[in-house]
Design a protein around this ligand. Structure first.
Ligand code: IVH
Length: 703
């Protein structure tokens, strides 16, 4: 391990202090780079902190040593009075937008026509990061200025704030004489954006509409200390004068920027010809929802810098690049009506009925309104023009009304006081946001329970999706869950849309479902707070359903991962005679509970005997999810590193646990290696349950 004495001992001479200071700066910047850019730290947090403390001590004694590239400058100076502006000679251009394939095909034709080239052009495609464009000016490798794009020519000087962003190099990793102007995006990762908004909600402050606004609001602060508290990140995607870096292509430029110490956009690919560009767009679009950062499209750039030069620029945008935008995820439409739907637990959810609107390629007619408080908070009214949003595969939601479009004819939304299905008075438990129908015999709840039981999270019976269940219930073939296992297939074959063949198929599917694990049954029952993971956990601890039904709240709570709420919910469920009857009926109508693999089948437990400790921030897994996966595969999880521990999984910012593991000679895995371990079965085949990595490595495009 590197030596790092402290300045607390004997006083240093000025030249010795300068030498030590230079060495500390070099080391700290190197470790910043390892940690924030490469996500691959070499030393523990404690060791890093010691270096930093020594640096600050030294600068207190010798203030002249605190130059612009000292890591101490990341702490953020005093707030300023106002924002200074900067003028740039090479303006930061904008991009032309394309929204559909033909526009990209046309762009490619335009490029080839302009260059009078027949063959395919090599392009580089990058995600279009939804952030704030900035330019970083380096003099002889040292960061001297950071400014926003502004109107392209005039930007705002945000140098002090820029310095607080840990992935921005204060000094470039390779020597670079003269001036370099690195351009890129300052972004706020999605998770941090959501966290920030939650904090603001709790503090009664206005919310940021999107990560871009949050990044801009965080960077354009007069007080850099505020910026420092926001986990901003920076990705470089160009320079003002690429030729000065001695590279011939944009792809090489990005690699050079990476070597200089900058992060470059993930998913960056080299494409030969327009067809590869179009294919890359489809892939990026699919990945979009899984990325930890918000992207709103793909940027297509001519790779060859010589060709870029020849193409040049129009007034505001270069001819060698275009932004291929993703379909919009927000749109405005009219709120026609509000329906109140009753879920399987009796929860009543208001659903917005909308004038149909095209959103991210899908026609949206309904959106969730969450609950009554949300309706009040947003001040929504019937007839309002509303902003709707569809984020990924999640249900569309109404973001807010557009009050400017009100005509005065809008009407208030009245929340019902009786169940819209069974007319039973609704109940809103104290402290909860949700109205519930307490009638267990409510037909809406029954229907939803059956749908859940047959669905993906439950028994996953092929052929018994939502529509089919609704049809069977309406036709009187089933009225509760056990009826599924007593279904009259002859009558089923007579129903519209069914026939001998499809009825026989369903019969087979139901026959297969009759043998289930305890975990699956528990998940299918839809007990509150018992999702798939908790169901697995219970399965690991109880051999039979009878054992579980007899368990007390205390026994349940003793299981790691089961809290008081869940324990109470499980015992309440099994205390209810109706539910005990349900289990009885299921068993008498042919359901068999198979011995669970987690308890019995040693062959299915590849991690048996292994003990894992997790440290640092995991990117690909939630911490709980990772632990759960280990347990499901028969392994155990410990919270401290000791002799029993066999594997330490180290994420970003791993600290003392990692150091301890190395000291004890325990196997250390990064996330990728951990993932490989999980997905590799004994026979070497990848398991189908393997989570996929969120981000492709940069090198994917290199062939
Ligand atoms: S290149 C001359 N690459 O999009 C080329 N821009 O709509 C100019 N942006 O102002 C930019 N991701 O702030 C480029 N990978 C990327 C980008 C990107 C986001 C932003 C940039 C620019 C805006 C234009």
């Amino acid at each position: 391990m590197r030596h790092h004495g402290t300045s607390a001992g004997k006083p240093l001479s000025a030249p010795a202090a300068a030498a030590r200071h230079a060495e500390l700066v070099r080391q700290i910047l190197h470790h910043d780079y390892r940690y924030y850019v490469l996500d691959d730290p070499e030393i523990s947090d404690a060791e890093y902190d010691a270096l930093f403390r020594e640096l600050l001590d030294l600068e207190k004694l010798f203030p002249h040593l605190a130059g612009p590239d000292s890591p101490s400058q990341r702490i953020g100076g005093a707030p300023r009075e106002g924002m200074a502006t900067v003028q740039r000679e090479v303006p930061m251009l904008s991009l032309e937008n394309a929204f559909a394939e033909p526009e990209i095909v046309e762009f490619d034709q335009r490029v080839r026509r302009f260059l009078q080239l027949q063959g395919p052009i090599t392009y580089v495609v990058e995600p279009k990061l939804d952030g704030l464009a900035v330019e970083l000016v380096y003099q002889d490798g040292v960061l001297t200025l950071g400014a926003t794009r502004g109107d392209g020519v005039t930007g705002e000087d945000v140098t002090a704030n820029i310095r607080t962003i840990p992935s921005i190099p204060l000094r470039l990793s390779e020597p670079l004489a003269g001036e370099a102007r690195i351009r890129g995006e300052v972004i706020l990762p999605l998770a941090d954006f959501h966290r920030l908004n939650q904090q603001r909600l709790a503090a009664g402050e206005p919310l940021f509409a999107n990560p871009r606004n949050a990044a801009a609001g965080s960077l354009r602060q007069l007080d850099p200390k505020i910026t420092r508290q926001r986990p901003l990140d920076f990705y470089a995607h160009g320079v003002a004068d690429p030729a000065a870096l001695g590279v011939a292509s944009h792809y090489d430029l990005l690699q050079r920027l990476h070597r200089l110490g900058c992060k470059i956009p993930p998913f960056t690919l080299r494409c030969s010809g327009v067809d590869e560009v179009l294919a890359a767009y489809q892939r990026l679009l699919e990945q979009r929802q899984r990325l930890p950062i918000e992207i709103d499209g793909m940027v297509v750039k001519v790779d060859d810098l010589g060709l870029q030069d020849r193409l040049g620029a129009k007034a505001r945008s270069p001819r060698w690049a275009i932004a291929y935008k993703f379909p919009a995820t927000q749109a405005t439409t009219r709120l026609i009506d509000v329906h109140f739907s009753v879920g399987r637990t009796g929860a009543v959810t208001p659903v917005a009925i909308l004038e149909p609107v095209l959103l991210a390629g899908v026609t949206v007619r309904r959106a969730t309104l969450h609950n009554e408080d949300e309706i009040r908070r947003k001040d929504l009214r019937l007839g309002d023009t509303v902003l709707v949003q569809r984020a990924g595969d999640v249900i569309p939601e109404v973001v807010k009304p557009v009050p400017e479009r009100r005509t005065g004819n809008e009407r208030p939304i009245v929340f019902p006081d009786r169940c819209p299905e069974c007319r039973h008075p609704l109940h809103r438990p104290a402290g909860e946001k949700v109205h519930r129908c307490p009638n267990a015999a409510c037909p809406a709840q029954r229907l939803q329970s059956i749908i859940h039981f047959c669905g993906k999270a439950g028994f996953d019976i092929e052929g018994l999706g939502k529509k089919a269940v609704e049809q069977l219930v309406a036709a009187g073939l089933i009225s509760d869950i056990p009826d599924i296992f007593r279904l009259d297939f002859q009558r089923l074959a007579q129903l519209p849309g069914w026939g001998e063949k499809s009825a026989a198929n369903l019969q087979r599917a139901i026959e297969r479902a009759k043998t289930a694990t305890l975990g699956r049954l528990l998940a299918a029952l839809g007990i509150r707070f018992v999702g798939e993971v908790t169901a697995q956990l219970l399965e690991q601890h109880f051999a039979t359903i009878d054992e579980l039904m007899a368990a007390t709240e205390e026994q349940l709570q003793a299981i790691e991962g089961i809290g008081p709420q869940t324990a109470a919910s499980v015992t309440a469920f099994f205390a209810d005679p109706l539910n005990r009857q349900l289990i009885d009926d299921l068993l008498t109508s042919g359901l068999r509970i198979a011995p669970s693999s987690a308890r019995v089948n040693a062959g299915e437990r590849p991690l048996a005997g292994k003990v894992f400790v997790f440290t640092g921030r995991l990117e690909r897994f939630g911490r709980d999810e990772a632990k759960e996966l280990v347990k499901r595969l028969g392994g155990a999880v410990a919270s401290t590193v000791g002799k029993r521990v066999t594997h330490v999984v180290a994420g970003a910012k791993a600290g003392s646990k990692l150091a301890k593991a190395r000291q004890l000679g325990i196997e250390v895995l990064d996330e990728e290696a951990f993932q490989r371990l999980l997905t590799q079965r004994e026979d070497g085949a990848p398991s189908p349950a393997a989570p996929r990595p969120a981000v492709l490595p940069f090198s994917e495009g290199e062939t």
